[in-house]
Design a protein around this ligand. Structure first.
Ligand SMILES: Cc1ncc(COP(=O)(O)O)c(C=O)c1O
Length: 349
């Protein structure tokens, strides 16, 4: 637990620091030149990741953004179009890399709590025509960040996958927080991966690693991704120092995500009781809480600034919505402290 007056940092699960065991694993890691395919620790992590996801191969990359970019490039050719959710991270927060570097046209389709309706996707797949770019890829996000950490269920993925594949498109999942989804539903992560062709997941969010994401899929796809990673300057040498904590994460850090989910629920229930704050409790499914501050007659930016003065760090989703994220290092007492501070902050308005 943090001291009584300490700042509670709920901006993102990316602020987590590595555990002692991770730091020790870094120290002990056997290393080699990974561009030559000779780093045993990287090879082991990639094998573990592929096996956990039920796919042939995996590739360690520097970040979630790089994972989405090399995956998009490996699933498409320049001039294609990619159907993705209109609020997705790839569309909003990745500097337009799939267009500027990958050369593809994003074709956004709005989902419901982050989930794409298969009928909407089918309607967005335009036929081959001299005027249209070829639609070759559908991308989903799970859990869905801007929707507030919502889970796209294996059943939803399965139905959508049938539509995508019946039109001959590839199906990719930005699974930055896919283990949060698996833990939330209490099912094996393979339930989420079996209907997609390939995916990525992040080590550096709730799993607490300092760096890294993995791209996972069949061997040909991962081979192409490896080459694009090199092109983008992501060919790392003794990358075992990044892979070593990743191995610890996959072995030991998944189950504890349930604590983050419990804390997020506690936070959401408390916030829902604050006059002027509105929380869609049904959307609080994992480690995020998104809520409207419109009823407080302030903007999300103003809320974030005032909360900071009170010792609570959070972020904005849009003009009137704020997001708080739970993670390792945030405990029940920190949630209680946060609720107290937010109550104090809003009471005198
Ligand atoms: C859903 C999703 N995808 C991709 C990313 C990008 O990850 P990174 O910050 O490692 O580039 C994030 C980051 O928060 C994310 O939430």
């Amino acid at each position: 637990m943090t001291p009584e007056d300490a700042v509670v940092d709920l901006r993102s699960d990316t602020v987590t620091l590595p555990t002692e065991e991770m730091l020790e694993a870094i120290k002990q890691a056997k290393l080699g030149d990974d561009v030559y395919g000779e780093d045993p620790t990287v090879l082991r992590l990639e094998e573990m990741a592929a096996q956990k996801m039920g796919k042939e191969a995996a590739l360690l990359v520097t970040s979630g953004t790089q994972a989405n970019l090399v995956s998009t490039m490996s699933n498409t050719k320049r001039g294609d179009s990619v159907i993705l959710e209109a609020e997705s991270h790839v569309y909003w927060y990745e500097v337009g890399g799939i267009s500027t570097i990958g050369g593809v046209l994003p074709w956004p389709v709005r989902g419901n709590r982050g989930a794409l309706d298969p009928a909407d996707v089918e309607a967005a797949i335009r036929p081959k025509n001299i005027h249209f770019p070829d639609a070759t890829l559908v991308c989903i996000e799970n859990t869905h960040n801007r929707a507030g950490g919502t889970v796209i269920t294996p059943a939803q993925i399965g139905v959508l996958g049938e539509v995508v594949h019946s039109h001959g498109l590839k199906f990719y999942m930005d699974g930055a927080r896919i283990f949060n989804a698996a833990v939330a539903l209490g099912v094996d992560v393979k339930e989420f991966t079996k209907s997609v062709d390939n995916l990525m997941f992040c080590l550096s969010k709730g799993l607490s690693c300092p760096v890294g994401s993995l791209v996972v899929g069949d061997a040909d796809f991962v081979g192409r991704a490896r080459k694009y990673r090199k092109m983008l300057g992501g060919g790392m040498r003794q990358a075992g120092i990044i892979a070593a904590p990743g191995i610890v994460a996959l072995e030991k850090m998944i189950g504890r995500l349930a604590d983050d989910h419990d804390n997020a629920k506690l936070l959401a229930l408390g916030l829902a009781k604050v006059d002027g704050i509105e929380v869609d409790l049904g959307a609080v499914q994992t480690n995020m809480v998104a809520f409207s501050v419109r009823g407080l007659e302030i903007t999300a930016d103003q809320f974030v600034a005032r909360a900071k003065e009170k010792g609570v760090l959070c972020g904005t989703v849009d003009a009137f919505r704020v997001r708080m994220v739970t993670h390792r290092g945030i405990e029940k007492a920190d949630i209680e402290k946060t609720l107290q501070r937010i109550q104090d902050m809003t009471r005198g308005r």
